[in-house]
Design a protein around this ligand. Structure first.
Ligand code: F6R
Length: 241
């Protein structure tokens, strides 16, 4: 795991976008898995800007959504699926065969998990995974105490996640369960970038990097990933020893 600290979130976003670009130049049909939420927003914008400016071919990339709130329709503003539509699918003109997301309305969520794993494995695995970190140390919806050996699964959300998650929606939303790739998917990804910005993330970044490896703080598992980058702004890096 390598920690890269940037002067601000713009600089971090540019560097993450450059990593995404390098990935698809090297492998035009790369499988890129993205988190939704606030943290990767600027990196997605910088990536789309660079793809257009440098006329990079994005017609073969395959985008995978890291997670979704169970019960939310894809068109709901604040759902992960909706974020991807605005941030990547529409700006890049990605075609339906170029992405796969969890259907959080599916009757059989276990089958949804199996479908997702199949999409990933049939393409040779995830080349680049860009994730955030929750205020409880979660990655995706791998909440504290999660079984680290899981692939995609459905999980009851932690109280912190349901409370913090309200920020994505205009009114109160009932958020009880999540469907998410597991920590085994994270560890199997060829490259992982964890992005975090702002002083509110400083304590969790410190724990992710310096804390004891534990399923009670899921992000610590990245300490063992052979090709993981923690890409953060100076504010989020403030508590690192
Ligand atoms: C969202 C996701 C979550 C977020 C995390 C940080 O798809 O996977 O794990 O990455 O909760 O959220 P933000 O970036 O909004 O601070």
């Amino acid at each position: 795991m390598e920690v890269k600290i940037f002067k601000d979130d713009h600089a971090a976003a540019e560097a993450i976008a450059a990593m995404m670009i390098a990935t698809i130049i090297q492998k035009p049909d790369a499988v890129i898995c993205m988190a939704s939420g606030d943290s990767p927003k600027k990196a997605c914008a910088a990536f789309c800007y660079q793809v257009k400016k440098k006329q990079i071919d994005s017609s073969r990339i395959f985008l995978v959504g890291l997670d979704e709130w169970v019960g939310l329709a894809p068109e709901v503003s604040g759902s992960c699926r909706n974020d991807f539509q605005q941030r990547l699918i529409a700006p890049l003109g990605l075609q339906p065969g170029q992405y796969h997301f969890f259907d959080a309305l599916a009757e059989d969520l276990e089958e949804e998990c199996a479908k997702m794993e199949n999409e990933i494995t049939s393409r040779g695995g995830i080349d680049l995974m860009v994730v955030g970190i929750g205020m409880n140390g979660h990655i995706g919806f791998n909440e504290p105490g999660v079984n680290v050996e899981l692939h995609a699964h459905v999980i009851s959300l932690d109280a912190t996640t349901t409370a913090v998650g309200q920020k994505y929606f205009t009114g109160p939303v009932s958020l009880n369960k999540g469907i998410t790739l597991g920590l085994t998917d994270l560890m199997e990804a060829k490259k992982v970038v964890l992005v975090a910005n702002g002083s509110h993330k400083a304590p969790v970044i410190k724990q992710a990097i310096e804390g004891v490896l534990s399923e009670n703080f899921p992000a610590t598992i990245l300490q063992q990933h052979p090709n993981a980058y923690i890409m953060i702004d100076a504010l989020a890096a403030a508590d690192i020893t």
